[in-house]
Every structure is written in structure tokens, then in C-alpha cells.
Write a protein that binds this ligand. Structure first.
Ligand code: PFF
Length: 466
């Protein structure tokens, strides 16, 4: 059977933007920003999107289009070694974990969308969230969200994913701009914007490494980089257009949506004098629900807001499901429908664990996902830089003009050397922090250098251009 491909370049870009624009922009971003010192986080995060996210996105696209396979098949066929195929299983695991918690949050959003039409949470937003966030009814909404995700993926790359995101992404953008325009008219909105857009250098200096790790995780999360979903989407590219140009468009689009979402969320909360979410993932739901319940016409705005978030969540969750589906179809010859149904059954169970156990959810949704994305991206970058080498460069240049083409060699050094060193450092810091082993940053630096040199020496071979 021939492998599917996107109908148009725009279709591919919208699907990739759909994957990138999601709960990460609207829900995780304000929550992470609030936990990590507000505006200082924003600045670092924007820098990391540009310096780590975009070159990483290009690397995933290069691997995907070159191989026209899912991450496992891509790494094994391009390298000619089954051992790299094993490395490719990491993204499969990551997307399974990702969707397991994402689908629970998607379920929350869907519930709030429906509850906004009746005003069910208006009387007691805090008690409402506590009652519905975890437990059997959270499982119910997670299952509905998962079902919607699976229905789109089942219909295939063109008729499912491309058709859905071509409608969803423009709708998200238009509605969000409308909400932001409304947000700026709220009394006290100015304080929200000041908090969001000003820069706190002192906080950044004092907490640099903590903020750095969180901002790196968020930069990768928001661009859907490190999980292999972009490898998979690029594997359906038919024509050879410029991958760096597509990556730039996607990153600009995603960042714009993130900032616009901030322009909605922060004024909304500040106007009501509400906490921004210092107490974790659920607080934002409570704060927003409180804001909607007290504002004039709040119910209508809430319907639009949670409607936008539902679309954004769905356009991302389909990319998470598509990866393991592509793996089963490409590598094991499983029919798409069976693969989708079988995986939906797996997610039904793994998501339910997250919906029933808040402690599991908390670990998966922040620390674990951040680490896995950084680790996944590290593998893709080392692969592009040291295993593909000249081939990666050729693929980067395919379809580019002379300016973008000339960026190929610097890009290869960035993805092959600079970013792996940076990611080894952040992964080590994150792991040591998670297991409570306090090593100073100098010691982590030495360990990073040793590991990086060992990795480069092991991977260097005749095809390497580095
Ligand atoms: N980028 C998505 C968001 O911001 O919500 C989340 C995501 C999707 C992360 C797909 C990773 C991924 F592979």
C-alpha cells in the first residue's frame, strides 16, 4: 500500500501548527510562567524557542522527510542499524505518556466547555473543580476526548488530520484574537499585561538554572519538539519545499498564539485579582472559572474560551496518537483502523490512571514530560548531526533558496554540538533535581562535558561531517 501524503504544503503547515498550538499555550504556559517568576520566564522561554526549538524542529523535519517513516523506522533505516530503531522507541513511549495525561486535561476542557453553557460551575468554581478533576467522571470525559481524537486519526492523514486542522487552526486564531481584544478592555487589565510583559532580571539571576530547565521543557512542549510527532508529520511530505522556512512559519505562528493567549489569560485574572496558578495545574481552571462567573457576559465568553481550548487540545492530541499509529502501520503492517482502535484501548487505560491518581498526573504532566522531551530531542539531534551528517545537510538544503541553504552548515554545528551539550546539561540538572541529589552547577558542567565528548567520539564515523 502506498503511504499517504499531505495534499498541500499549507495542509502540512496547518497540521504542524495544530500540533504545536495546544494546551501548552493556554494552560501550561501561564501555569509554568507563574511558577517560575513570571516575566523572567517568558523572556528565557522565547529565547529558547528560537535557539533550541526551531533548530530542533528542523532536525525532526529533516529526519522525517528523508526517511518517510515513523521515528522507529526512520532511525533504523537511515542508520542501517536496529540499535537506532530501539532509540526510536523512546518517542513512542513519550507520546503514550503525553497523551495519557493530555487526554485527561482535554476532558476537563471539554467538560468546562459544556458546563459553561449551563453555568454549572458558576456558584462555586473551586468546589466544582475539586469535585470533577479526578475520579470516575474525569475518566468519562477523558474517554470522550480520546474518542474524538481517535475518530480523526482513523480517517487518515488527508481526510482526517489535514481536513480537521485546516478548519480548526484558523478558527482558533480568529476566536483567540477576539478574546484578547475583549481581555484588554477589562478593568485592571493593565496590571496583568505589565506582569506578563515586563522583565524581572533579579529573579532570573537568583533562580537561573531552575528557570532554565522549566523554560527549556516548555519551549519544546509548546513546539511539539522532542516527541517525534514532527518527524512523523514530515514523513508525509510529498514535495520538497523548504524545511527551514516551514519551521520558521510554524514557530512564529505558535509563539504568536502563545502571546495572544497570555493577553487573554493574564488580564482576565488580574482584573479579578485572582491567583495565576502558583498552586499547580488545576488552579488556572479555578481562577478562570471564577473570573467568568463574575464578569458581565462571562458565560458567553467562557463558552468561546473553552471552545477554543477544546479545538487547540484536539489538534494537538491527534499528533500524539498519529505517531504510535504510524509506527504500527509502517513497522508491523497493522491496518490503520486496527492500530488506532488498539491504541485507543491502551490510552483508555493509561489515561484513566492519570484521571484517578492526581499524584501520577502531577509527575507525568510536568517533570517527566519535560525530561523525556529533552532526552528525545537530544537523540534526534545527535542522530542528525553525527549519523546522518552530510545527508542531513543535503535534506536541509532541499527546496531552499540560497539564503536558507547557506544556513545549513551552521545549523549542523548547532544541532550536532551546541544543543546536545546544552540538553545534556539540562537533562542532568533535571534528573539530579528529581532524585534529590544536589550537585553544584560546576560539577554538572564537568559531567556534561565528559558525557558530550564520549557521545561525540562514539558516534563519529566516516559519514560525519562534524
Ligand atoms: N505542543 C502541544 C501543546 O502546546 O499543547 C503539546 C504537544 C503536542 C507536545 C505534541 C508534544 C507533542 F509531541
Amino acid at each position: 500500500m502506498t503511504r499517504e501524503s499531505w495534499t498541500t504544503r499549507t495542509g502540512f503547515i496547518l497540521a504542524a501548527v495544530g500540533s504545536a498550538v495546544g494546551l501548552g499555550n493556554v494552560w501550561r504556559f501561564p501555569w509554568m510562567t507563574a511558577e517560575n517568576g513570571g516575566s523572567a520566564f517568558l523572556v528565557l522561554y522565547l529565547g529558547l524557542v528560537l535557539l533550541v526549538g526551531v533548530p530542533g524542529l528542523v532536525a525532526e523535519f529533516v529526519i522525517g522527510r528523508r526517511s518517510r517513516r515513523n521515528p522507529v523506522g526512520a532511525l533504523s533505516t537511515l542508520s542501517g542499524s536496529d540499535r537506532w530503531g530501539l532509540v526510536g522507541l523512546l518517542p513512542v513511549v513519550t507520546t503514550v505518556l503525553l497523551l495519557s495525561f493530555y487526554s485527561v486535561v482535554g476532558g476537563w476542557i471539554l467538560r468546562y466547555f459544556i458546563a459553561s453553557t449551563t453555568g454549572a460551575y458558576f456558584d462555586a468554581p473551586g468546589a466544582y473543580f475539586d469535585a470533577v478533576a479526578f475520579g470516575p467522571s474525569a475518566v468519562g470525559y477523558h474517554v470522550v476526548f480520546l474518542f474524538a481524537t481517535a475518530t480523526i486519526v482513523l480517517a487518515g492523514v488527508r481526510r482526517g488530520i489535514e481536513a480537521a486542522t485546516t478548519v480548526m487552526v484558523p478558527a482558533i486564531l480568529v476566536l483567540l484574537v477576539g478574546l484578547a481584544a475583549w481581555g484588554t478592555t477589562l478593568p485592571g487589565a493593565g496590571d496583568g499585561l505589565t506582569y506578563f510583559l515586563s522583565f524581572d532580571a533579579a529573579y532570573l539571576r537568583e533562580n537561573f538554572f531552575d528557570v532554565l530547565g522549566a523554560a527549556t521543557g516548555q519551549a519544546l512542549f509548546t513546539l511539539s519538539v522532542g516527541a517525534g510527532t514532527m518527524v512523523t508529520y514530515a514523513s508525509y511530505l510529498g514535495e520538497d519545499r523548504s524545511l527551514p522556512a516551514d519551521s520558521a512559519v510554524i514557530a512564529v505562528f505558535n509563539t504568536t498564539v502563545g502571546v495572544i493567549a497570555g493577553l487573554v489569560v493574564f488580564p482576565l485574572l488580574f482584573a479579578q485579582g485572582l491567583p495565576i496558578g502558583e498552586s499547580g495545574p488545576g488552579a488556572l481552571f479555578v481562577s478562570l472559572a471564577t473570573a467568568f462567573s463574575t464578569l458581565p457576559a462571562g458565560r458567553y465568553v467562557a463558552v468561546v474560551f473553552f471552545g477554543v481550548m477544546t479545538l487547540a487540545a484536539l489538534s494537538s492530541s491527534i499528533s500524539m496518537l498519529e505517531l504510535p499509529v504510524a509506527y504500527l502501520v509502517d513497522e508491523h503492517g497493522v491496518d490503520r483502523r486496527r492500530a488506532t482502535a488498539g491504541l485507543a484501548a491502551v490510552f483508555l487505560v493509561s489515561g484513566s490512571v492519570n484521571a484517578l491518581r492526581p499524584a501520577v498526573f502531577d509527575v507525568v504532566a510536568s517533570t517527566l514530560v519535560d525530561l523525556l522531551l529533552s532526552l528525545g530531542l537530544l537523540c534526534f539531534l545527535l542522530f542528525a548531526g553525527w549519523v546522518l551528517g552530510a545527508e542531513a545537510l543535503a535534506e536541509f538544503r532541499e527546496g531552499t533558496g540560497s539564503f536558507a541553504g547557506s544556513l545549513g552548515t551552521p545549523w549542523l554545528y548547532v544541532v550536532g554540538v551546541a544543543l546536545p551539550v546544552f540538553l545534556i546539561f539540562t537533562v542532568l540538572t533535571g534528573v539530579l533535581g528529581a532524585v534529590n541529589v544536589p550537585l553544584g552547577s560546576a560539577a554538572v558542567g564537568v559531567l556534561t562535558a565528559a558525557l558530550a565528548v564520549a557521545a561525540f567520539a562514539t558516534l563519529r564515523r566516516s559519514r560525519s561531517v562534524l
